[in-house]
Design a protein around this ligand. Structure first.
Ligand SMILES: Nc1ncnc2c1ncn2[C@@H]1O[C@H](COP(=O)(O)OP(=O)(O)O)[C@@H](O)[C@H]1O
Ligand code: SF4
Ligand SMILES: [Mg+2]
Length: 367
């Protein structure tokens, strides 16, 4: 994103005119490195290991999808990256989150306040709850800009208008006087997006940003995120339970199950030859275009409760390929070539990534 408040010439209709989601804008530079992240909740039932050994990297201009059923630890992962886990009962008990070269789990809360919504920013699931109904758009976008860029007056207004233009809000000088209830769902989502990108972040986390939108709005919004990314070289972590959206949006994907990443790799590889039985089931349950269904998952059984998890593979009770060893030992990661790796005993005999397996609990695959 450009620092200055110049206003690019934007054609407001162009974002919905094409079906092409755009070429990837990945660059080599690693902007975020998450290593063995563990976030636990102390509950009366026991310790909930919501995130238990998650590792991945994110490059400039790249979109990493994190996909998994409800309760698999996706949101707790993103809240951990923002250091916004409710505490108590939650605690980040281990790992590193290295953003632009420094571990943000080690900095003071005061410093983190500058990083949060600055270098790393998050778009929440529900645009209505992310916006305050009693303030107009100008106030809400302006607040985010004021905090991080310390500008006011005409410069602030220019930056607000610029941010709204970036998310293709037509006539931003007029619309910025609107209150959230005066905007359509799609426009509200764009305002939330404008707040997210207004601080020129390196990393944008989009946690299920499309769930409350209809399909046409979703497609336009996802395309918009890709366009902004191409312009700004932004790294995006895109969190969803919908593998169909991952296919369109993401460069790489990490599949989460029970607080761990069980398979990771380039989207193309994961779609063409998923190796982990859970990934295979997720992909098999993606609704086809012609089927109008809300049901995205048809995997037998329920995800496990994340306290007192049995030893071994957490997917074992639902897995059609389960073997004795699966119930005894957590599966290590096996290299599947390219960037693909999966943690499943079925792949034993392949190249084992010993170094990725911690001693006691076992970890998920690093992307
Ligand atoms: N405040 C909390 N207290 C206790 N458990 C929590 C809390 N927040 C999340 N969890 C637990 O963490 C697990 C992962 O939740 P979450 O990350 O929200 O899943 P997802 O986003 O994948 O649907 C769930 O089992 C949930 O019950
Ligand atoms: S380790 Fe065993 S139970 Fe787990 S996914 Fe692989 S085959 Fe299934
Ligand atoms: Mg969630």
């Amino acid at each position: 994103m450009a620092e200055e408040a110049t206003q690019p010439d934007v054609d407001e209709t162009s974002t919905v005119a094409t079906d092409d989601f755009g070429a990837s804008a990945i660059q080599d530079e690693i902007i975020l490195e998450v290593d063995d992240l563990r976030t636990y909740f102390a509950t009366r039932w026991g310790t909930v290991k919501a995130v238990d050994g998650v590792s991945f990297i994110l490059r400039k201009g790249e979109t990493l999808g994190i996909v998994g059923e409800s309760g698999s630890g996706k949101s707790v992962t993103s809240l951990s990256l923002m250091r916004l886990v409710q505490s108590p009962p939650g605690h980040i008990v281990g790992g590193r989150v290295v953003l632009n070269g420094r571990d943000i789990l080690q900095i003071s809360e005061g410093e983190m306040t500058k990083v949060r919504g600055g270098e790393i920013s998050m778009i929440l699931q529900d645009p209505m709850s992310a916006l305050n109904p009693v303030f107009d758009v100008q106030d809400q976008v302006g607040e985010a800009i004021r905090i991080h860029q310390k500008v006011k007056g005409k410069t602030l207004i220019d930056k607000i208008v610029y941010a709204l233009r970036q998310v293709r809000i037509p006539a931003p000088e007029i619309r910025m006087k609107d209150y959230p209830h005066q905007l359509s769902g799609g426009m509200r989502q764009r305002v939330v997006g404008a707040i997210g990108i207004s601080s020129n972040p390196s990393v944008l986390i989009a946690d299920e940003p499309t769930t409350s939108l209809d399909v046409t709005i979703q497609a336009a919004y996802l395309r918009l995120l890709r366009e902004i990314q191409a312009e700004a070289g932004l790294g995006i972590i895109f969190i969803t339970h919908d593998f169909g959206i991952v296919a369109k949006m993401c460069d790489r994907v990490g599949v989460m199950y029970a607080g761990r990443m069980v398979e990771t790799g380039d989207v193309r590889d994961i779609f063409n030859h998923p190796q982990h039985p859970y990934t295979q089931a997720l992909i098999a349950s993606v609704p086809k275009l012609e089927e109008k269904t809300e049901r995205l998952f048809s995997i037998e059984g329920q995800p496990p409760a994340l306290y007192n998890l049995p030893q071994g593979c957490a997917f074992a009770p639902r897995c059609p390929y389960v073997m004795d060893i699966c119930r005894e030992e957590f599966p290590p990661e096996f290299d599947q070539g390219g960037n693909q790796r999966a943690a499943c005993w079925k792949l034993d005999g392949g190249k084992r990534l010993e170094e990725a397996v911690p001693e006691a609990t076992g970890a998920g695959a690093g992307v």
